[in-house]
Design a protein around this ligand. Structure first.
Ligand code: NDP
Length: 261
């Protein structure tokens, strides 16, 4: 018995112009959700809105930088005025960087935390009053396998995703009484533009190739988890293996990671 009916629900998806956010917005629309989509690239957002509208659901595109308070406010306002309320907030927008910590400019950490953590937290803060009035409301925070296990050459990114994990766990407990569900999504390697669009790349480890999944695969797994009211979804086999191994033998994983540093 599903805990949540997607049809007729009203959702915000951030970072919807490409990759996982775009696939997730389309999957939610296919299942009958009305949507507010946001990201900086207006042209892509416009095309996505056309695709979503063709699925006969309501859609509003709000272009802008999610680190700006006025943009976040416009997104939440759009859900209220254009969709009549809010049931699902998907905090998906994210950026990465590659390189050793000691070589990095402090701005790299600031920028990553602004997008991946502070914007996510502030979107959640703004959306909560609307969600409290919503139908089986939920917050979906897109973290990463790297929010479970730190790896070399991605220290700032890992820190931002660990922050998302901790925030989400606390929030889940605080919101249980309403009840508002909190789902954490921890993708592994996914075929998106993410790696081509890192904000800085000074070095990178040569990881073994382990069959990246498509964003559509991730989106289907996420929507399934949303319907079932799950707390966590890891849509990547090798990611699950890494998490298990790290819980069982963290020293061994430390040793392996040091080989890639
Ligand atoms: P993409 O680069 O394809 O998508 C990132 C999205 O975030 C884009 O829509 C981008 O839109 C948006 N975005 C980035 N910065 C901002 C900003 N300042 N303001 C508004 N929107 C912004 O990558 P993915 O789809 O892979 O990434 C989605 C999420 O998945 C991220 O949180 C990422 O950390 C996470 N993830 C990805 C993995 C992967 O292997 N791909 C693995 C684990 C987690 P625009 O540039 O138009 O603003």
């Amino acid at each position: 018995m599903p805990r949540r009916e997607i049809r007729g629900s009203r959702a915000i998806v951030t970072g919807a112009s490409s990759g996982i956010g775009k696939a997730l917005a389309l999957e939610l629309a296919r299942q009958g959700a009305d949507l507010v989509v946001t990201a900086r690239r207006e042209d892509r957002l416009g095309k996505l809105a056309d695709e979503i509208a063709a699925l006969k659901v309501r859609v509003e595109a709000v272009p802008g930088d999610i680190t700006e308070a006025a943009v976040r406010q416009a997104v939440v306002d759009a859900a209220r005025t254009r969709l009549g309320g809010l049931d699902i907030l998907v905090n998906n927008a994210g950026v990465g960087a590659m390189g050793r910590f000691e070589d990095a400019d402090p701005n790299r950490l600031r920028r990553i935390m602004e997008v991946n953590f502070f914007a996510l937290v502030e979107m959640t803060r703004l959306a909560l009053p609307g969600l409290k009035q919503g139908r089986t409301p939920m917050v979906v925070n897109v973290s990463s396998i790297l929010g479970h296990r730190g790896v070399p050459h991605s220290s700032e990114y890992c820190a931002s995703k660990f922050a998302v994990q901790g925030f989400s766990e606390s929030l889940r407990a605080e919101l249980a009484a309403y009840p508002i569900d909190v789902l954490v999504v921890s993708p592994g390697t996914t075929q998106t533009e993410f790696f081509d669009r890192v904000i800085e790349r000074t070095s990178q480890p040569r990881w073994p190739e382990h069959g990246a999944v498509t964003p559509e695969y991730v989106a289907r797994a996420v929507v399934r988890a949303m319907r079932r009211g799950k707390h966590e979804v890891i849509p990547f086999f090798w990611g699950k293996v890494l998490c298990r191994l790290n819980a069982w033998a963290p020293g061994l994983v430390d040793w392996v990671m040091a080989r890639y540093a």
